[in-house]
Each structure stands twice: as C-alpha cells, then as structure tokens.
Design a protein around this ligand. Sequence first.
Ligand SMILES: Nc1ncnc2c1ncn2[C@@H]1O[C@H](COP(=O)(O)OP(=O)(O)OP(=O)(O)O)[C@@H](O)[C@H]1O
Ligand SMILES: [Mg+2]
Length: 462
Amino acid sequence: MSVPVFAPWDDPDAKPLIQFNGVTKRFGDFTAIDTLSLNIYEREFFALLGPSGCGKTTMMRMLAGFESPTEGHILLGGEEIDTVPPNKRAVNMMFQSYALFPHLSIWDNIAFGLRREKKSKDEIATRVEEMLRLTRLEKFARRKPHQISGGQRQRVALARSLAKAPKLLLLDEPLGALDKKLRQETQFELMDIQESTGTTFVIVTHDQEEAMTVASRVAVMDEGRLVQVATPDVIYEAPNSVYVADFIGEVNLIPGKASARPDAPAAAPADTAPAAPIAEKPAETAPEPTKQERRAQPNEYGKWLHDKVLSPVLGARPEEQKALPAPSAEERTQANAPPAPVAAAADIPAGGLSIQWSADHPPIIASNGDAALHGADITLALRPEKLSIAKDRPEGAVNALQGKVIDIAYLGNISTYHVELAGGLMVKAQQANTRRLSRRAITWEDEVWVSFTTTAGVVLTT
Ligand SMILES: Nc1ncnc2c1ncn2[C@@H]1O[C@H](COP(=O)(O)OP(=O)(O)OP(=O)(O)O)[C@@H](O)[C@H]1O
Ligand SMILES: [Mg+2]
C-alpha cells in the first residue's frame, strides 16, 4: 500500500494556514525579526531552529498574539490576525515554563481552560477523558502534579493545551526539561498526537535531532531571518549554506578553489595522484591510423627468419617494409599510467568540479558540483558518515586523502575518528561499530586513508 506523500508546500494550490508576509519586529532600534516571509500549512509539524536570540520565541509570540509585527502582516487561514487578541485566536501556546496548577488534580488542570470557556459539565468531562486517553494519563487523573514524573507533567501540559482543540499549537521548547530517553519517547508521542488530532504544530527547539525527528519541515534561522526552510532530509543532505551545514549535525568543511572538469573524466597529474585512475581522452588532432597501416611489422629476428628461411620457400616479400606509426596519445597515456583499477572508470562520472584545496593533496573531485562555479572559492561540506576510513588506500577510490588518527570518540554504536591530513586539516570520519572493540583494526597514531565518493559532498558558495 502506498502512503500518500504529505507535501502541501510543493502544491501550488494548497492554501497556507499561517502566512508571514514581510514581517519585521523591532524592539526599540533592535531588529529581532527582519522582513521575514514564510508559509506554514495545515497539519504540518513545523520546527524553528536556530541559535539563542535568533528570534524563535518572538515569532511564536507574534503568532500567539502576545506581540504584533512592527511591519508586515501575519495571516491565519487567510485572515489577517495582527489585531486579534490572543484569546480570540484559534491558537494555543505551550510555554517552556508550562506551570501546572499545583493544588489542582491532573483532571482539573486539563479541564481548566474548558471551564473558563463556560462549556457544559458533560462536554468538559468528555473532552478531558479524551485528552487523558490521548496522552496516556488516565491512571493519573486524580493525582496532583507533584505526584507524577516530569515526563508525565509535560504530557499534562500538552493535554491542557490540546483540550481546547486549537487549530494551531505552538510549542516553545516543550521537552526541554526531560532527559534524553524520556525526551525521545515524548517526541514520538507528540508525533502520534499531532497525527491523530490533525492539529498544526509549530515547535521551537534547541535540539536539532529533535527537530529532525518530529518535523515535516525545518526552518533554520539566523539573526531574525530564515536561512533555509526545507524537509529534514534536504536540510541535512543539501544544506544551502555553510551556516546550515555547520548548524545541523557534524560536518567537515573543506575550503578550496573550484575548476570545471571537462565533460570527459580528466586524468589527475601523475605526480599528485598516486593512483591516477582514468586516462584522459586524447585531443582529436591526428586522425587514428587505419587498420591497414597498423598491421604487424617484423623485427630484426623476423627479417632474418624471412630472408634466410622462408623466402626460398615462399618467394620474395610482396611490398616495401613500413615503419611502425607512432603510438597514439591514448596509447602513450595508457602505457605511462600505473595500472588503473577496473571499477574506477564507472565510478567517476564526467563533468562536475575539481577542487584544489591543499598543496599536499590531489584535487578533490565533486562530480555533483556545478561547472558554472569554475574559478570560484567554495567550501565542500562532507558529513563524517560519508567518509570511509581504512589502513590501505582503497582500490578504485577517486577521492582518497592520507592522514593520521589523532583521536577516536567511541559512541557505542559508532566511532568518530579524528584524522589529521597532511597539511594539517582535521577531518572526522564516522564508522559503524559492527565488530567488537577488540577486533577493530584502526587505532590512535595509525596512518590511514579517508576516502569518499565524488557525490559525497555538497559544494557551497555561501
Ligand atoms: N521585549 C523585548 N525587548 C527587547 N528585546 C527583546 C525583547 N524580546 C526579545 N528581544 C530580543 O530579540 C531577540 C530574539 O529573542 P527571542 O526570544 O525571539 O530569541 P530566541 O530565538 O527565542 O532565543 P532562545 O533560543 O534563547 O530562546 C533577542 O536578541 C532578544 O534579546
Ligand atoms: Mg526562545
């Protein structure tokens, strides 16, 4: 059964639930949000990510109605809400400090907002029971907040924010107080709840892993602006800038100068590339010798054999002897090149960029780089898990850099090797620990090769 893809942001007909249209927010002469435009769609789980002070809470407070834009407009369901007070918006905000009422039971905490809305007793009871079920808190309904765990309290806060069935729920660091394991469990619960209620969630988090886990899309912010808004996999695999690549996950950033590669794979110069795998296609200067001209020619022994032994029997040579034609450029390159790994030709596609980045290493080939960047200063972003590490130069590897293991961070399931390359650049290579520790081959001070494919990196210009 195929699951329909949820991607309203790619649908030109989809109507956004939330629209920021050129929104600026100033506090005095300080600009907290800078002419920001953004659409968020119904049922999205949208995450705002960015360093402290970049304006995340300010965005949320404007959505909830606690602040209003200095310039521009915010629309909810197509209606301008700039002047709508917080309690009249179909928006609920769960604050980072979500203080529950200590003297009220869990049940009454959840019912609090509904009572203020003057709902009927039955209506309130039904809704509270529903929320308790949803957040798996039925057993704790009669307890007071101090009689349950931190994670359970967080779920109460969530149940309370969802009770009024808001169209939009804003969560500012909702899981900040939880330890890692509980946090992960609660993330999955949040996703379940979000899906089963169909509420649109906007979440602020400092934890990028959390954003990647829960969100349909992630916005990475910097100083009141959006740097990139995209699905988690795009943010991770195709960051649009060094800022985003560096902010999300671990990354090796290698600055260098790009030059466009010819359409045919070029040979690396013999002195810089120890295993130059590909011979350059020769320039089409002289026409290839024909088959007739390239026919086998006798050597001295052949001549003697012919003249002294065979000619008495076979008669004279029918034609003049010819000199062998000079080897073609292709033949010469092939003869001079070290034996090329067979697989390499297929591994190294034409085009892309060659990146000169160090006097101590051959250029890096990025076949996915844009040839239009010829001559530009660029940064190649390489995720550590895309680098392989080995004691010997892997056969057929196009990009292989030699270095020494300086440090190993053992994280149980994976290890990160810090490798100092000739010339001093440190890179991180990550490897899954599929073998037991005692059997692993690479250790501190080892001379190693880190290698990666020609599409492993992302070429960034900003
Ligand atoms: N009422 C205010 N008056 C003046 N400056 C403010 C006010 N509220 C926020 N700011 C400033 O606006 C900027 C953005 O603040 P905001 O609270 O939105 O940051 P944030 O991204 O939520 O940060 P954090 O991750 O630390 O919570 C900060 O530099 C902050 O000092
Ligand atoms: Mg904040």
